[in-house]
Design a binder for this molecule. Structure first.
Ligand SMILES: Cc1ncc(COP(=O)(O)O)c(C=O)c1O
Length: 393
C-alpha cells in the first residue's frame, strides 16, 4: 500500500550514509570518512566503576523517571566548568540536558522554525545540522568561511537583507573544515548581530579539543543574551552515552523544555547519574589532555603526509577537533576519489553533502581522530596512489 508521509520528510537532504555504511562494514578499508572519536581513548573501566557505584548507592533513583531539564548535579557541574574555563556566568537554570547535542539541533529547529523561515549556517556546514533543520522546511542561507572563520562582509549582508531567526555556527574546529574562528571574527560577528533579532547558535562540539589546551572565548562572551551554546560529552567521554546540553537564556530554555518533554520526557537518567559520578571521581582535565595529545599527533602526521605525498592538494591546518578539509588538484572530482579509494581500501568523505547549494565536488573531509598513526600512514599512502593515478589519467 502507498504510505503518505508528511511533506517535510521529502525536504531531508540526500544522505551519504548508505555508502558510508558499506565502508564501515568492510574492515580492510581504512576509513577517514566517518566522525568517530578514538574508541581506545574511552575509559571503559572508569565508566563501569562509576556505573557500579551509582547502582549500589542509588539504583532505584537512577532507574526511575526524572525531570525533563536533567540531573541537577550534572547541570551544576557543566555550569561550573563554564564559569571556570570560559569566565561566562553560567548557572544550572541555564543548562538543559539533551540526548547528545544532535537533539539540540532538532529541538531548536522545532521551537524556532516555521516553514519558509530564514536560518543561516556556514558554507561548508555540518551535515547533521542541515539534516535536522531541513525537516522544518526553512530557507537555509549559507555564509562562506575561511581560515579565520565566517567571512564578515557576507555575514553582514545576510543579516541586513533577511530576517534570519538564528545563525548556526561552529566557531571551534568546525566540522567539516577544521577551521577555528579568530577572536577578532568572533567580536565582529557579535557586533553585527547586536541589536538584531537573530540568535547565534554556537555548536561547541569540539571546544575542549584544542591541541594547545587553551580555551577560545565563545561569541556568547560578547553577546550574552542573544546566543546559545550547545555542548556534548560525546567527544570527551563517550558518544554512546548520548549526553549533551544546551546552555541558553532561561526564556529560550522554557520553550525548549516543552519540546524536549514532548520528544522523550527526559534524557537517559541512569547515564546522566553515571556520567556525573564519573566526572566527580576522575580528573577530567587530565583525560582531555591525553585525548588532545593523541589527536594533535595524528593531525600533524596527516598534514605532513598530505604535504609530502600530495603537494598539489591544499588542506586546512586545524588547531583542534577531529577533521580537516582538503581541496583536490584541479580537475579531480571528490566522487572519483571516493569511488577509486574504496577499490584501494581507503575511504574519505566527498565534500558535496556539506554544501546545500551545490559545491564540494573538489573537496574531501578527512577525519584524524579514529585511525591510529600506523593506519594514518598506510591510509595516506593509499590515498596518494588514488589521487596521483587520477591526476595522470
Ligand atoms: C558539529 C557537531 N555537532 C553535533 C554533533 C552531534 O554530536 P552528539 O549528538 O554526539 O553530541 C556532531 C557529531 O559529530 C558534530 O560534529
Amino acid at each position: 500500500m502507498p504510505f503518505h508521509f508528511a511533506e517535510r520528510i521529502a525536504h531531508a537532504p540526500p544522505s551519504f550514509l548508505e555508502e558510508l555504511f558499506r565502508v564501515s562494514s568492510d574492515h580492510s578499508i581504512i576509513s577517514f570518512a566517518g566522525g568517530l572519536p578514538s574508541s581506545a581513548l574511552i575509559d571503559v573501566e572508569g565508566i563501569s566503576e562509576a556505573g557500579r557505584q551509582v547502582m549500589e548507592d542509588d539504583g532505584r533513583t537512577a532507574l526511575q523517571y526524572s525531570t525533563t531539564d536533567g540531573y541537577l548535579p550534572l547541570r551544576e557541574y557543566i555550569a561550573q566548568r563554564y564559569r571556570t574555563r570560559l569566565g561566562v556566568p553560567a548557572s544550572a537554570d541555564k543548562i538543559q540536558i539533551v540526548n547528545g547535542s544532535q537533539q539540540s539541533l532538532d529541538l531548536f529547529g522545532k521551537i524556532f522554525l516555521n516553514r519558509g523561515d530564514h536560518v543561516g549556517m556556514e558554507r561548508p556546514g555540518y551535515l547533521g545540522a542541515i539534516e535536522a533543520f531541513s525537516l522544518y522546511e526553512p530557507v537555509i542561507h549559507t555564509v562562506p568561511i575561511d581560515e579565520q572563520g565566517l567571512v564578515p562582509d557576507a555575514f553582514e549582508r545576510l543579516i541586513a537583507t533577511h530576517p534570519v531567526k538564528f545563525f548556526y555556527g561552529i566557531p571551534n574546529s568546525q566540522n567539516p573544515s577544521g577551521c577555528t574562528y579568530s577572536e577578532e571574527r568572533r567580536e565582529q560577528i557579535a557586533g553585527i548581530l547586536s541589536g538584531t533579532d537573530t540568535v547565534f547558535y554556537d555548536d561547541d562540539a569540539f571546544g575542549e579539543l584544542f591541541f594547545d589546551g587553551k580555551p577560545r572565548l565563545p561569541v556568547k562572551k560578547y553577546l550574552p543574551e542573544q546566543s546559545v551554546i550547545s555542548g556534548s560529552f560525546s567527544k570527551i567521554i563517550a558518544p554512546g552515552m548520548r549526553i549533551g546540553w544546551l546552555y541558553a537564556p532561561p526564556e529560550i530554555l522554557k520553550t525548549f523544555n516543552i519540546a524536549k518533554q514532548a520528544a522523550d520526557l527526559h534524557s537517559n537518567f541512569l547515564c546522566q547519574m553515571v556520567l556525573h559520578r564519573y566526572l566527580t571521581t576522575h580528573d577530567l582535565d587530565a583525560h582531555i589532555r591525553n585525548i588532545v595529545s593523541v589527536y594533535g599527533r595524528r593531525c600533524r602526521l596527516m598534514c605532513d603526509l598530505l604535504d609530502d605525498l600530495l603537494p598539489t592538494l591544499t588542506h586546512t591546518t586545524p588547531e583542534g577537533g577531529m577533521f580537516m578539509m582538503a581541496t583536490l588538484p584541479a580537475g579531480i572530482s571528490s566522487r572519483a576519489v571516493f569511488d577509486n579509494g574504496i577499490q584501494e581500501k581507503v575511504a574519505v568523505l566527498p565534500g558535496m553533502p556539506f554544501y546545500i547549494d551545490g559545491g564540494g565536488t573538489d573537496t574531501i573531509r578527512l577525519n584524524f581522530s579514529n585511525a591510529d598513526e600506523e593506519k594514518i600512514k598506510t591510509g595516506m599512502e593509499r590515498l596518494a596512489r588514488v589521487i596521483n593515478r587520477l591526476i595522470r589519467s
